[in-house]
Structure formats: structure tokens, C-alpha cells
Unconditional design. Sequence first.
Length: 276
Amino acid sequence: MGDYLRPHRLEEALLALARPHAVLAGGTDFYPARVGRAIEEDVLDIGAIPVLRGISSVSSGWRLGATTTWSDLLEADLPPLFDGLKQAAREVGGRQIQNAGTLAGNLCNASPAADGVPCLLALDAEIEIASSAATRRLPLDQFIIGVRHTALAPDELVVAIHIPKPAHEVRSAFLKLGARRYLVISIAMAAATLEVADGRITAARIAVGACSAVARRLPALEAALAGTRVDGHLGDRVDRAHLAPLTPIDDARGSAGYRSEAALVLLRRLLAGFAR
């Protein structure tokens, strides 16, 4: 094994990234990817840096620290805006994974089937990134740029996820399809955040995961929902043409055709659920 570093200050971690390190947070993706082989790379464990963990309310919205766990999120007192993300949190493995796995780790692993990504896209999340020289922010849809590939430079670290404060009352939800109910990789999943005023949608953000190399927003569907009343017919407004940004593949969990059909059904069920 190479060097193992576990700093307690963010500045120390950023200085360490002057040379290549594998960044370790909860380890729920790191260790399974290395089963059966020695860990030869240098490891930077960021789990002991207090400033990277926790959820706080700020004037513009909310800040979710990079090493905040899924269990932390579930236990936090948060408004309905976060209901969908909490629903996704309950689907991230079992309780042990939720206790150790981190929000930013789910993003940095950049799996097409990462449960947290569609919800965070629907929340208009921005990713705060730091190096020893500077700090920057990227919209989530510019951060994950391919399968297991992000916009992080080798000397950069995700330090937080930022969720903007909505202009109106918000409702959010998440649905996932897998081969069984729990402890399963997604075949397809959908998330929605609806801003509502006087019973009508003022803004909609809809995202689908596990049906493309990266999770995708559906702008045509979002536009079609704007101004519509939140009622039992909301799901009927989803048309196959709205799924054009998706590029599903055939794999061991399902065919491309099945994924497309599953995404359509999930979206209709998801939106119909807002009327309850």
C-alpha cells in the first residue's frame, strides 16, 4: 500500500493533492472496487475534517457538506424541498451503507445509477470545489461529465453541495425501479421538484437516472408542466417525446427498450403522486 493520510484540516488535504491521491470518504465505493487486489495508490482519507460534514441553512439556500452521510441527511430537520432526496437516501444500500456513504462520494463515483444524482439535479444543485489555489462552483450537470468521470482536476476536492432556496412552495419526490425492493442497483429512476403557487406549477425540474451515461434533466417535460394545475391528470402529460435526452443501453439489469418504458411509467407515477 502507498501512503495513507487522514488530515483534520481542509488546508492539509488540499496541499496533499499536489501529488496524486485516491480520495477516501465513506469508502463504500472505494473498497468494493478493489476487492481481490492490493491498494497500491496513495490514499487521502477526508473523513476526519469537520468543516466537510454537516447541513446548514444559509441566506441563499442550504449547504450540504461533502462528507455528510445519507443517515445525516435522513435525520436532519429539512423542509419538503428535500423529501425526494430523503426518499433516495433510503434507497442507497442498507443502513450500514447509509451510515458511512457520503453525498459527495455518490457524485464523485459518477455511476450512471447513482441514486442521489437525479434528485440533486432536480434541486438545481451546485457543487463547490476547492484546490489550494482557488474555489469554484459548477452546476451538477456540468460536474458529472461521463461514466465514472467528473470535472474535478487532480488537485481539487468537492467540499460542499449547495441547494438554492426556491421562490414558491415546493414539493419533491423520487421513484426507483430495481430487480427487487432494496439493496439493488437501479434499472431506472426519476426525481421531480415542483414549485407551486395557487395550485399551479410555476417551475418544474425533472431528472431521470440509469437511462443514460449520466442522469439527465428533461427540459421539454419541464416546459410542458409549467402553468398546469397539480391534479390527478398530471402524470398523463408525460409523452414519450419528452424522453428524447435519454440514451438507455442494454445490460445485465435490463434492455434499452425496457429502460425507456420503465422511465415513462416511473415519470407518470411520480407526477400522479403529487396530487395525493
